[in-house]
Design a protein around this ligand. Structure first.
Ligand SMILES: Nc1ncnc2c1ncn2[C@@H]1O[C@H](COP(=O)(O)OP(=O)(O)OP(=O)(O)O)[C@@H](O)[C@H]1O
Ligand SMILES: [Mg+2]
Length: 383
């Protein structure tokens, strides 16, 4: 890999019986925004705290620019952390807030003034140095908190759920600002979030974590298009999965028999990359492998029709459930049976046409075979 700034190697962290991190290895590239994404309790904050030095790993190595970081205390590492709460001192002006860390380090006054000026420019608050925090909007206060760490010129900036305290509209605006800011200052960012939309919008690359393990590291587009398994695919967006009963690998296709969708001929482009060599070497795949495989489709690739579609597409019959109008598009629920429904994203016009149908009218969810994914439920269980 080109220029890793941080190398995390085989890091395990135990808290008594709890394994918060389990043999995590990943390189972070110079100048990128790297997101740690995963459900609550998966170990995101623990990994960030190990990077910052507030926590020590039970096992493993941590290098920054090739140097061992583990012996160094937090304040000796060229790393700064922005905490979940984004604290600013309420009784200090904006400029004094930003200058505070440098004063503590006894940096000469002329240099402090110079660096505070630059940091305020970087967060577009040059005109606000004399204001008190209470005279600022929530978004401006966030930017003061960022200026307070930027002024220290860290090699690496760690952000733990930096936008979680903001309301939805401000959060969207601050996402864009964070990306622009990172581009202009060129500092490597590691950002923790449990919000997949936020990670997708901000990050150059994302590590998806679950139960202390990294499930996949990839760009947002790769995670979406080539998830290693159904866990990652469902965490990144929404997928609907269907069991497979039999699978036959042909030269240019994979033929699957599914209890719900019938027989489907899938183009090889739909097969997850980690499955391709396995399937190619095993024309009629073993039961244990097939138990770990599903075919999947995303709601944005599903059409909902009032008439039975042609046999060119995959389709499944159901009844109309809830319709959620969202402005640009609508989410339509197709009830397959008592235990199972799937959702489709359709245009508002289509949704209006469907809304006139009664609950008893049969409808069909339908999609193209090349919009499907054939993937493992859990990539770790592949042979
Ligand atoms: N100091 C601690 N002592 C004991 N267990 C801990 C400690 N810190 C974290 N854990 C446990 O380690 C696991 C990972 O916690 P961590 O805070 O890293 O999760 P997270 O991914 O940041 O979750 P969230 O999204 O809820 O912030 C959890 O099971 C947590 O309970
Ligand atoms: Mg956390």
């Amino acid at each position: 890999m080109s220029n890793p700034i941080v190398s995390i190697r085989n890091i395990t962290k135990r808290f008594g019986q709890v394994k918060a991190l389990n043999d995590v290895s990943v390189d972070i590239k110079l100048g990128e925004i790297f997101a740690l994404l995963g459900p609550s309790g998966c170990g995101k904050s623990t990994l960030l705290r190990i990077l910052s030095g507030f926590e020590t790993p039970t096992e493993g190595e941590l290098l920054l620019d090739g140097d061992d970081m583990l012996p160094l205390k937090p304040n000796k590492r060229p790393i700064n952390m922005v905490f979940q709460s984004y604290a600013v001192f309420p009784h200090m002006s904006v400029a004094d807030n930003v200058a505070y860390g440098l004063k503590m380090e006894k940096v000469p006054l002329a240099e402090i003034n110079e660096r505070v000026k630059l940091a305020l420019e970087q967060v577009h608050l040059s005109e606000y140095g004399a204001r008190m925090p209470e005279q600022l909007s929530g978004g401006q206060r966030q930017r003061v908190a960022l200026a307070r760490v930027l002024v220290k010129k860290p090699r690496l900036l760690l952000l733990d759920e930096p936008l979680s305290a903001l309301d939805a509209k401000l959060r969207d605006a601050m996402r864009l600002e964070l990306v622009k800011l990172q581009e202009s200052v060129g500092i490597t960012f590691v950002i923790v979030t449990h919000d997949q939309a936020e990670a997708m919008a901000i990050a150059d690359r994302i590590a998806v974590l679950e139960s202390g393990c990294i499930r996949q590291v990839a760009s947002p587009a790769q995670l979406y298009q080539q998830p290693v398994d159904a866990f990652v695919a469902d965490f990144i967006g929404t997928i609907h999965t269907f069991k497979i009963a039999r699978l036959t690998h042909k030269i240019n296709t994979v033929d699957v028999e599914t209890p719900r969708l019938g027989n489907i001929t899938l183009p090889l482009s739909t097969v997850a990359e980690n499955l391709q060599p396995l399937l190619a070497s095993n024309t009629n795949s073993s039961d244990s492998l097939i138990d770990n495989l599903v075919v999947a489709v995303r709601p944005e690739n599903i059409n909902v029709l009032l008439d039975e579609p042609s046999h060119q597409t995959v389709s499944i019959k159901g009844r109309l459930g809830d319709i959620a109008f969202q402005g640009q598009h609508s989410i339509v629920e197709v009830i397959l049976d008592q235990d199972r429904s799937i959702t489709a994203i359709v245009t508002d016009e289509q949704a209006k046409a469907l809304a006139s149908a009664s609950e008893q009218t049969p409808i069909w969810a339908s999609w193209a075979t090349d919009a499907m994914l054939l993937l493992p439920k859990d990539a770790r269980e592949l042979p």
